[in-house]
Design a protein around this ligand. Structure first.
Ligand code: TMP
Length: 247
């Protein structure tokens, strides 16, 4: 039996990581105690994963994304910002290759349901924006860079939220952060930029309406969580969604 790949996407502050954490708890730890656990999911094993990963490239990326107080707007005169954006794209791509090789493909081969908090669409939406003035048709170009070797998700949940509200959530997170990794704004947490990324995600949902399901992330967290579980349950209960062969 082949597995299924489900991805969760959206701009910073859309709440998908909170939902992914809840989902992991709901679909793994608490299932045996839960009388209402969906029948169709009982036989399935789930793998929860994320991009950027905790691998070498992923860790490097997270460090680079964290806005460093002393280096914030200091860009060396010799550094080309365009080349920095390209370097960033290829680091994300390297991380994706590592993710596919070590986690996604082996789990799919075993028939698991893989649920990834961010995946290749984040690249198309975010780096499609950072490279907009560097590469013509940057979104299509990044999409095509993945096509020959990546695995396309079977289902993608796009958490739709107003970018201003999303920024509000990011600010709340910075204020309440206790760990060093979330104690300040990450590189992309600016409302104008998030608006552009949001627009890019919407372009993707329109291009592949069968793969994308839009979740209203402006709703209360419990509603967003329940809606997520409903969509995944429906998807996994439907035989027509059985996986295509894996490369
Ligand atoms: P996270 O906040 O979901 O952990 O993601 C970290 C940041 O990385 C977030 O601002 C989105 C960004 N990102 C990209 O720009 N491109 C990518 O390909 C991925 C996976 C994430």
């Amino acid at each position: 039996m082949k597995g299924q790949l489900i991805t969760l996407e959206g701009i910073d502050g859309c709440g998908k990581t909170t939902v992914a954490t809840w989902l992991a708890q709901r679909l793994t730890n608490s299932r045996q105690y839960d009388e209402c656990f969906p029948e169709s999911l009982l036989k399935r094993s789930f793998v929860f994963t994320t991009e950027p990963t905790n691998g070498d490239a992923g860790r490097l990326l997270r460090t680079k994304m964290q806005r460093c107080e002393d280096a914030s707007s200091k860009v060396s005169e010799e550094t080309s910002p365009e080349m920095e954006q390209l370097e960033e794209l290829f680091l994300f791509m390297a991380d994706h290759a590592d993710h596919l090789a070590k986690t996604v493909k082996p789990a799919l081969k075993k028939g698991y349901v893989v649920i990834s908090d961010r995946y290749s669409d984040s690249r198309v939406a975010y780096q499609g924006a950072t490279l907009r003035d560097v590469i013509p048709k940057s979104m299509d170009w990044i999409h095509d860079l993945h096509s020959p070797w990546s695995t396309t998700p079977d289902l993608t949940l796009f958490y739709s939220i107003d970018p201003t509200s999303a920024m509000g959530r990011c600010r709340f997170r910075w204020k309440n952060a206790t760990s060093g990794s979330t104690n300040g704004p990450e590189k992309f947490e600016r409302v104008e930029f998030l608006r552009e990324v949001d627009e890019n995600f919407r372009i993707l949902t329109k291009k592949e309406p069968k793969r994308f399901v839009i979740i209203d992330a402006n709703l209360d967290l419990e509603e967003v969580e329940e809606e997520t579980l409903n969509v995944i349950t429906k998807f996994l209960s439907d035989k027509k969604y059985s996986r295509k062969p894996i490369r």
